[in-house]
Design a protein around this ligand. Structure first.
Ligand SMILES: *[C@@H]1O[C@H](CO)[C@@H](O)[C@H](O)[C@H]1NC(C)=O
Ligand SMILES: *[C@@H]1O[C@H](CO)[C@@H](O)[C@H](O)[C@H]1NC(C)=O
Ligand SMILES: *[C@@H]1O[C@H](CO)[C@@H](O)[C@H](O)[C@H]1NC(C)=O
Ligand SMILES: *[C@@H]1O[C@H](CO)[C@@H](O)[C@H](O)[C@H]1NC(C)=O
Ligand SMILES: *[C@@H]1O[C@H](CO)[C@@H](O)[C@H](O)[C@H]1NC(C)=O
Ligand SMILES: *[C@@H]1O[C@H](CO)[C@@H](O)[C@H](O)[C@H]1NC(C)=O
Ligand SMILES: *[C@@H]1O[C@H](CO)[C@@H](O)[C@H](O)[C@H]1NC(C)=O
Ligand SMILES: *[C@@H]1O[C@H](CO)[C@@H](O)[C@H](O)[C@H]1NC(C)=O
Ligand SMILES: *[C@@H]1O[C@H](CO)[C@@H](O)[C@H](O)[C@H]1NC(C)=O
Length: 354
């Protein structure tokens, strides 16, 4: 017994020291709490939003666990009491990110401030956060996407859609090696699609639609072998559709409609055997439909309307047994229609003005 006690004494001692020095009440979390409160003071909505829960309790005083922000709404911490997540989605936060104390959070990896009233620019200092997930969707952010965003090399999700961002997409975004989702749609972005996006080998979805992007679609997009959804529609893209898109063999959704694309449709698109949804309408595409389209057996939606396409509709179309909607009007097609009804699923077929 005496021996056991002797043996255990150092264990108790270590336990005591460990509890005493636990960083949960340490100065780091106090510093993080104060940093969040400083930002709160700059917000117009501080007294009305969920941020009313962000307070230091004067009775238990700073330095006690009450000043740890880990219990505040929208704030999550790791076991050491450091802030790791900030989720204020749809929380009536009105203010700017310029006053956000980016340098105060060494562990903040997940930031969701979507659906608020944040205005002004995205500060370049955001690059000092160890972000894995950033969602600033549906705010009123303006100005350029800072090139420093390329320093966020752990980032897996970057969602900045539905803001007022302008200027061009920084080529530095191509440095975000871990990125799997990139959404910049419904902004005022102009200039070209950077060819460096072809370096994002983990990208699964790329949504750049509803902007004023111009120039041609870079051939390097064909390097994005993991891509399932590619939506570049409703832009001012010109030139022809790159043949390299035929290398995107996981692609299910390809949306290139409502731009200024010209030239013929590459045969290589017939390689995309998992394609469900192909929308090329409202461009200036010419030439005929490639016979290889007969291999797109999963296709349910094919939109080719309002282009300059001509020639016969390939007889291989009888293989498209999953087609639900086929829109081909306002082109210069000629000849007989193949049997496109064999699948029995076709609901809408438009072919007028040809
Ligand atoms: C801080 O004090 C308030 C009452 O003023 C109490 O409700 C709360 O539990 C205290 N928090 C801690 C962690 O002691
Ligand atoms: C956002 O918050 C408002 C008000 O609290 C609520 O009515 C609305 O349903 C919320 N929307 C979403 C998408 O959560
Ligand atoms: C980003 O936020 C929006 C709005 O809250 C949400 O609809 C969307 O799914 C989020 N994006 C991701 C990748 O979670
Ligand atoms: C972007 O918008 C800002 C105003 O928010 C304006 O000053 C600037 O000139 C615009 N830049 C571009 C490239 O359109
Ligand atoms: C990224 O892409 C650009 C343009 O395509 C290329 O010049 C560059 O070498 C690539 N960088 C890396 C690190 O792969
Ligand atoms: C679209 O791009 C063309 C050049 O390709 C340019 O002349 C035109 O002004 C652009 N339109 C818009 C609305 O940006
Ligand atoms: C369709 O695919 C088969 C094999 O997958 C290939 O042999 C054939 O050439 C393709 N047809 C067209 C028209 O590309
Ligand atoms: C498209 O066809 C129209 C009418 O046939 C013609 O005037 C126009 O030049 C064509 N455009 C292109 C880009 O081929
Ligand atoms: C077919 O067209 C009608 C009328 O434009 C539309 O209401 C319906 O939603 C379309 N069906 C499909 C499956 O797109």
């Amino acid at each position: 017994m005496g021996l056991l006690q002797k043996l255990l004494r150092p264990v108790f001692w270590v336990l005591f020291v460990a509890l005493w020095s636990t960083p949960y009440t340490g100065s780091a979390s106090v510093e993080e709490a104060n940093a969040l409160l400083k930002w709160k003071q700059t917000l117009q909505s501080a007294d009305t939003s969920v941020l009313t829960t962000w307070i230091l309790d004067p009775k238990n005083g700073s330095g006690s666990s009450a000043s740890c922000p880990c219990n505040w709404l929208g704030v999550s911490c790791n076991a050491e009491g450091r802030v790791t997540r900030l989720n204020l989605m749809n929380s009536s936060v009105k203010g700017t990110l310029e006053t956000f104390p980016c340098s105060s959070f060494a562990n903040l990896a997940y930031v969701d401030l979507s659906m608020n009233e944040l205005s002004g620019p995205i500060p370049s200092q955001i690059s000092s956060l160890p972000l894995v997930y950033l969602n600033l969707s549906t705010n009123e952010l303006s100005g350029n996407i800072p090139p420093e965003i390329g320093l966020l090399t752990k980032l897996e999700t970057l969602h900045l859609p539905q803001n007022h961002l302008n200027g061009s997409i920084p080529q530095e975004i191509g440095q975000l090696k871990s990125l799997s989702e990139l959404a910049l749609y419904t902004n005022h972005l102009s200039g070209p699609i950077p060819s460096s996006l072809g370096n994002l080998s983990n990208l699964v979805s790329l949504y750049l639609y509803d902007n004023q992007l111009s120039g041609s679609i870079p051939n390097t997009i064909g390097n994005l072998k993991a891509l399932v959804s590619l939506s570049l529609h409703t832009n001012n893209l010109s030139g022809s559709i790159p043949q390299t898109l035929g290398d995107l063999t996981s692609l299910a959704h390809l949306h290139l409609y409502m731009s200024q694309l010209s030239g013929s449709i590459p045969n290589e698109l017939g390689n995309l055997k998992f394609l469900v949804d192909l929308k090329l309408s409202d461009n200036q595409l010419s030439g005929s439909i490639p016979a290889s389209f007969g291999n797109l057996s999963e296709l349910t939606h094919l939109f080719l309307r309002v282009n300059n396409l001509s020639g016969l509709i390939p007889k291989e179309f009888h293989n498209l047994k999953n087609l639900i909607v086929l829109e081909m009007e306002r082109n210069q097609f000629s000849g007989d229609l193949p049997d496109i009804c064999q699948g029995g699923k076709l609901q809408n077929f438009t072919v007028s003005t040809n």
